[in-house]
Each structure stands twice: as structure tokens, then as C-alpha cells.
Design a protein around this ligand. Structure first.
Ligand code: AKG
Length: 244
């Protein structure tokens, strides 16, 4: 794992950092097995909004709120190795607020429009972040996430409903930084990125034969509070395009 001071400096400057071998191969295998078990045995009895499906109406695009629905993922997200690392980045005591997947299945995995996560999280100050762990290999071809480094420093930009199921709100105007100048987060299984909730990012559809499964852990500092204006804008968007 990288030097904590360097990690903090890079995170504060860029709003996104990549960490190689964040989870071991054994942990990745354990996660993969538990996700398969959860989908097979537990998901059918969970509320409909515990998942979002792809356009085919049957393949999972996202699993949501695993920290509520599954003891293994809650425990994993609350491990001391995780929360100690996150504390410095959220400038306070971290709370795990979400564990979810962005599954991007082979051939039909949909894209994610340009957005800032705080349009969904609605927190002030924006001391909230996502640890995005690769379970599959993440390549340019199968839909890596692209980040605009430093964009978290400009605060929240105007947003608009996107109409995308599972990602109901996006930027009102796409940024003019070409993809070739964005940070393309290619990852090996077990590698991770950590991104600030106001850094601009997006991902493209997966048209390849290789699935691109990511497991996400979302944290905020205990000191953050809900921003009512952001919340009102988000409620409109998610009401127009619910996750399930
Ligand atoms: O996994 C993806 O393709 C997008 C992830 C994302 O938008 C996020 O982590 O906020």
C-alpha cells in the first residue's frame, strides 16, 4: 500500500488515487463467491430497489445497500484497515454509508453519464468518498471509469436528470476536457481507486465479452450534513428515473 502522506497529498490534489493490490487475490475470490451466493439465495427476497437491471430486464447492473442486506460486506467495509485509511481523507471519523456494485456485464453493460457523486450524496462539507475495487480486470475496452483530476476543487456544477436507470442525475453540460486527457482507471483484480464525491467522472458501455465488475464502498465523515438544495434536486431526478 502507498505511503499514507503521499496518498493524502495525491487525493487532495487530484480528487482520485489508484492503489494497486488493495485486496489480495484470496479476498477477491471470497467477494466473488459471496456476491454469487447473495444473488442466488438472498436477492430474490430483498426489496426490488436492492438492485438495478440492465436494459434486457434480467442482468444485474447494480446491487445497492449491501451493507444493510449482507453481513459479510458490512463487516468488510468496517474493517479497521479500511476505516483507518479513510479517516484522513474524509477529515474525520468515517461512517460506511454504502456498499454496492457497478457490475458492467459483458456485451450489455451500460455507461454512466458524467456526474459528481455529491449530486446523489448531497453532503456538506463534501467529506465523502468512494473506494472502487476491481473484482474483474478493468480495461479501456470493457468500460474503465474516467476521472477529471482536480475537478473536485471547483465545487458542485449544475446538474440535470439523466434518464439513466441507476444513475438518475448527471452534469447539465458535459465537460470540455477530452477523454484522452482524463485519468483512465485501468485496474487489475484487487486494485482500487478512491475518489472524492465532487470529482467529475463517467464510464462507457461494455461491448466486449469480458465482464467489468466493481465493488464500491462509500464513506463520509460523521461531521457532514445533508444539503437541502442538493437533496431537492436529487429527489426530482430519482423520482423521474427510479433505480428499479
Ligand atoms: O463503475 C462505473 O462505471 C461508474 C462508477 C461511478 O460512477 C461511481 O463510482 O460513482
Amino acid at each position: 500500500m502507498s505511503d499514507p502522506r503521499e496518498l493524502l497529498d495525491d487525493y487532495q490534489r487530484d480528487g482520485v488515487v489508484r492503489i494497486r493490490e488493495f485486496f489480495s487475490a484470496d479476498t477477491v475470490a471470497e467477494i466473488r463467491a459471496e456476491l454469487a451466493r447473495y444473488i442466488r439465495d438472498d436477492l430474490p427476497s430483498k426489496p426490488k430497489d436492492a438492485r438495478t437491471l440492465e436494459a434486457d430486464g434480467k442482468t444485474i447492473r447494480n446491487l445497492w445497500r449491501l451493507e444493510q442486506h449482507n453481513a459479510y460486506f458490512k463487516e468488510l467495509g468496517q474493517r479497521r484497515e479500511m476505516t483507518e485509511l479513510i479517516a484522513a481523507l474524509v477529515q474525520g471519523e468515517p461512517v460506511l454509508t454504502g456498499v454496492e456494485t457497478f457490475s458492467k456485464p459483458a456485451r450489455i453493460g451500460s455507461g454512466v453519464p458524467y456526474h459528481q457523486d455529491n449530486a446523489y450524496f448531497c453532503q456538506t462539507p463534501p467529506d465523502m468518498l468512494t473506494v472502487w475495487v476491481a473484482i474483474d480486470s478493468v480495461t479501456v475496452e470493457n468500460g474503465s471509469v474516467y476521472f477529471i483530476k482536480g475537478s473536485h476543487k471547483s465545487g458542485m456544477l449544475p446538474s440535470k436528470p439523466s434518464g439513466v436507470t441507476g444513475n438518475s442525475i448527471g452534469l447539465a453540460v458535459a465537460p470540455d476536457t477530452p477523454e484522452s486527457e482524463q485519468f483512465c482507471a485501468t485496474l487489475a483484480p484487487g486494485d482500487a481507486t478512491i475518489h472524492h464525491c465532487e470529482v467529475i467522472h463517467h464510464s462507457n458501455p461494455n461491448l466486449t465479452e469480458q465482464s467489468r465488475l466493481g465493488l464500491l464502498f462509500v464513506y463520509r465523515g460523521t461531521h457532514t450534513q445533508t444539503d437541502v438544495a442538493l437533496q431537492a434536486t436529487y429527489t426530482q431526478a430519482v423520482t423521474a428515473t427510479p433505480p428499479a
